[in-house]
Design a protein around this ligand. Structure first.
Ligand code: SAM
Length: 235
């Protein structure tokens, strides 16, 4: 997807980028690709694919919600998707990018300073550790391609405010995976309020976004340690 195609497609999502935002995205794309030549951050190796599979894909979240000046945590952000894109496009949104991988956080630190972003906080930590001392803190949590649904719920729901939304993005979240998570959702007082299924432009693949809302405070025993989460997945 060429940059002009990207900008046109965004207007269909009701997103009009300023020229400054277009420049920031261009800087981000070029920095990502050049950094990726010496440090493996993404399997995507060319500009058109960055615009489609990282930038446009991240912004499909606008199909399910209107971001304004809320707080958002992106769990397992990797090289900044979708969190850093949201921070550029929604400058009033307060974005925390979380990843346990040092090389990704190092890249993000340089990137944020290059882009002069003031609405981004970086955290190098495991989500289950971070959640222990940041309870019921965020209006939104996002996570793209990070873990199986039931594991992700236990990692994310404790840091979400009551009535907040956990937006989970994956190529495919089957009905079976959703049904298997019903026990975990109940235990974490949350429910799936919508499932958005669509295909990326240029037939570039199927995508699912789940919108999960938290209904009441999470029991302080969650999240458990990662060992326990994996050994005894919430049923
Ligand atoms: N969200 C990005 C994207 O879609 O391009 C990155 C996806 S990558 C497949 C998964 C990322 O999640 C990795 O950067 C990994 O370090 C991070 N991750 C996985 N489990 C995590 C955890 N428990 N806490 C923090 N980061 C985690």
């Amino acid at each position: 997807m060429k940059e002009n195609e990207f900008i046109n497609e965004l207007t269909k999502l009701n997103i009009d980028l300023t020229s400054d935002q277009q420049e920031q995205l261009k800087t981000y794309a070029n920095f990502l690709l050049s950094y990726n030549e010496h440090t493996n951050l993404t399997a995507i190796k060319n500009l058109d694919e960055v615009y489609l599979k990282h930038f446009y894909d991240s912004l499909t979240l606008s199909k399910v919600t209107n971001f304004t000046n809320q707080s958002l945590l992106d769990i397992g952000t990797g090289a900044g998707f979708p969190g850093l894109i949201l921070a550029i496009v929604y400058p009033n949104l307060q974005v925390t990018l979380l990843d346990s991988n040092n090389k990704k956080i190092k890249f993000l630190k340089e990137c944020i300073s290059k882009l002069n972003l003031k609405n981004v906080t970086l955290v190098e930590e495991r989500a289950e550790d971070y959640a222990r001392y940041n309870r019921e803190k965020f209006d939104y949590i996002t996570s793209r391609a990070v873990a199986e649904l039931r594991i992700l719920l236990e990692l994310g729901i404790p840091t979400l405010k009551v009535n907040g939304h956990f937006l989970i993005m994956k190529a495919n979240i089957t009905l079976e995976e959703q049904n298997n998570s019903l026990g975990a959702l109940k235990e974490l007082s949350s429910s799936i309020i919508s499932t958005e299924e669509f295909t990326l432009p240029n037939n570039a693949g199927h995508r699912t976004i789940l919108d999960i809302q938290k209904k009441s405070l999470t029991d302080s025993k969650y999240p458990r340690s990662y060992d326990k989460i994996k050994k005894k997945i919430l049923k």
